[in-house]
Design a protein around this ligand. Structure first.
Ligand code: MLT
Length: 317
């Protein structure tokens, strides 16, 4: 198989692919505009940040499989791919711990104002009083929106810090999720509104779909308490960013965000996000999955999928 890997990828997995007999082209900085040119003759495309629109798929005559080296496939035009008979696969689960760790890191950083502390100290200021507003995590109510793999990892960490974890009841959850939630001690409430009204922290862990677009909107934000911390390490599309900025100004809501609605098409570029610039926000560069462990685990699965696809086996996405 001729494989284009259009993003950073561990050397060991590139070697493994070559050893398995695949012709792997590694172009880690390929932009969306450059993709079409690079894809000539390729059977498989592996992407992480680079977006794959219909226009790219239309020109990729040999392409049969696109793998998103992460859990979300919203950066790929899946409908256009399916019309052309191109399979689109994701790699869920392998980076869940990394994303949950970052969400928790943002929570601790916001609670203790760590980034502002560091900036002030670097500038030579010593101001203990200014940073005396932390509430701590122990005993606080942490609402987890989405009890998938990442949500459960986050919930486990919150519980380990002594927080009271809350989530919305959902009868469609599988037994394994229910057992894990039970072991964590998740307390279930009847609705998102109740979660918003009763929690000190809300952390988003659902995928971006039509039904989750602007899940955190003006109506829901009307229920949150002053000083609530919102965490979004999932997708920018989940949040109505204007409404969140209004809530920050009206109720001193603060947010830890790893994702923005208008992220650049590639892993480097510029961004002009009023939300990310807001003083109540600690923002990061969509790095939730960027740990060595997560990227190695994702890459190993990508190699397995390519090999299975080559062997004519069904690739489970
Ligand atoms: C994901 O979908 O799992 C993350 O967005 C992955 C990433 O940024 O690598």
């Amino acid at each position: 198989m001729r494989v284009l890997v259009a993003d950073a990828f561990p050397e060991s997995s590139l070697t493994e692919m070559a050893e398995l007999g695949h012709d792997c082209i590694h172009k880690p900085d390929t932009t969306t505009e450059q993709l079409s040119g690079e894809l000539a003759g390729c059977d498989v495309l592996v992407v992480r940040s680079t977006k794959v629109p219909a226009s790219v798929l239309a020109e990729a005559d040999a392409l049969r499989l696109v793998i998103r080296a992460g859990s979300g496939t919203n950066t790929i035009d899946c409908e256009a791919a399916s019309e052309r008979g191109i399979h689109v696969c994701n790699v869920p689960g392998r980076n869940s711990v990394a994303v949950a760790e970052l969400a928790f890191g943002l929570l601790l950083a916001l609670d203790r104002n760590i980034a502002d502390n560091v900036i002030d100290l670097r500038a030579g200021h010593w101001d203990k009083k200014r940073y005396a507003r932390a509430r701590g995590i122990h005993g606080r109510r942490v609402g987890v929106i989405g009890l998938g793999q990442i949500g459960l990892e986050f919930a486990e960490r919150a519980a380990a810090f002594g927080a009271r974890v809350h989530a919305v009841a959902n009868t469609q959850r599988d037994q394994q999720t229910r057992d894990r939630a039970h072991a964590i001690g998740v307390h279930f409430v009847d609705s998102l509104e109740t979660l918003a009204r009763t929690c000190d922290v809300l952390s988003l862990h659902v995928p971006a779909t039509e039904s989750t677009r602007h899940l955190l909107n003006r109506d829901l934000l009307a229920h949150v308490q002053p000083g609530t911390i919102i965490l979004n390490t999932s997708r920018g599309e989940l949040v109505d960013e204007d409404a969140l900025i209004e809530a920050m100004e009206a109720k001193d809501v603060r947010a830890g965000i790893d994702v923005c609605a208008d992220e650049p098409d590639t892993s480097t570029g510029s961004i002009d996000s009023p939300l990310a610039k807001h003083p109540n926000v600690y923002g990061t560069h969509h790095i939730g999955a960027s740990t060595e462990q997560a990227q190695h685990a994702v890459a190993a699965e990508v190699v397995r999928m390519i090999d299975a696809f080559d062997a004519g086996n069904v690739v489970h996405c």
